[in-house]
Design a protein around this ligand. Sequence first.
Ligand SMILES: Nc1ncnc2c1ncn2[C@@H]1O[C@H](COP(=O)(O)OP(=O)(O)OP(=O)(O)O)[C@@H](O)[C@H]1O
Ligand SMILES: [Mg+2]
Length: 362
Amino acid sequence: MTSDTAMPNAEPGSSKASLDHHAPNTTWTRAEATSTGAAVEVIDLHKRYGELDAVKGINLSVAPGETFGFLGPNGAGKSTTIKILCTLVAPTSGLAQVAGYDVVKSRNEVRRRIGLVFQDTTLDDYLTAEENLRFHADLYGVPRKAVKSRLQEVMEMVGLWERRKSEVKTFSGGMKRRLEIGRGLLHAPRVLFLDEPTVGLDPQTRSHIWNYIHELRKREDITIFLTTHYMDEAENCDRIAIIDNGQIVAVDTPEALKASIGKDRVEIQTDSNSDTVNALKSHFGLDATESEGVVAFHVSGGEQFVPRLFSELSLPIRSIRVARPTLDDVFMNYTGRTIRDAESSISERMATNPWMRARSRR
Ligand SMILES: Nc1ncnc2c1ncn2[C@@H]1O[C@H](COP(=O)(O)OP(=O)(O)OP(=O)(O)O)[C@@H](O)[C@H]1O
Ligand SMILES: [Mg+2]
């Protein structure tokens, strides 16, 4: 574990960070990974807001170069964890290290090694794209002679170089998000935190943003830590932590998480759905449900089961569909409800949580 005394020149209270000692595309130094070699290490992290436990004992480890996703419904504790890792919120207890530095004891060392794209946009609408980035470069102490080339590099990467002289208020939502990602990269961070990078954007723009993120991973030696409540988006990550109610309920690659469910979903239509449900129970011992004219059940090896169904079910089958488990099935398996159900319960919680009410008005 990196000791804080190893960095006697940390700048308490200063928001400026000198960057001249780590240019883009350098490899990770030993001091920038934790003793376990991780880019982000979290041990038994807790955050309490008054009576509310927002984060309840999180443990995780993210490897350098990994794209790691936090998947969970509204209010799960995703942004709170990111804010702790970015030194914006102090944990109530536990340990967190980013790029080898403790987020409480070495805030400035952490800050100079991270980029952050907030959930809510923080661009200045009345400045041009370039002015927004120059302001950020100044704030982070990017050496003056490096600014011009780095600015062009990141603006080209997010496809906005031609629009650099336009005021941000003339940008679409997707362009603003891309600019924010470019801004987060300007000072060549080791770890980029993206809090809901594509929230509220249309599917086409979301897929564009993901193209930029994939491109970024190829071009920069960077670790990406992002949050999302979109299942399809989480599929882009090397590993996902499913978080619910302040706790991580499962961590693995998207494929392994889906495989852990072990069962495929089969949907079948016949002339009598109630007879089908009964036959599935009596003949195969399967619990099936009927919804919107379709009978659905889960079974191991769905493809192998289908021929048996045709030969042994005494009812004529009109249609049949076998689907691999989705991340929503994974969420359901670990929490007992779908992400959508979890999010709809938020409206009830909002009635009793003044902070959430205030945030929803923004
Ligand atoms: N500053 C605060 N004061 C009081 N409660 C807070 C504060 N910040 C977050 N919370 C509460 O902590 C819990 C976790 O919130 P958080 O913003 O981390 O969730 P999230 O997973 O990012 O959700 P979303 O998907 O809506 O962004 C929520 O119940 C929220 O109301
Ligand atoms: Mg959030």
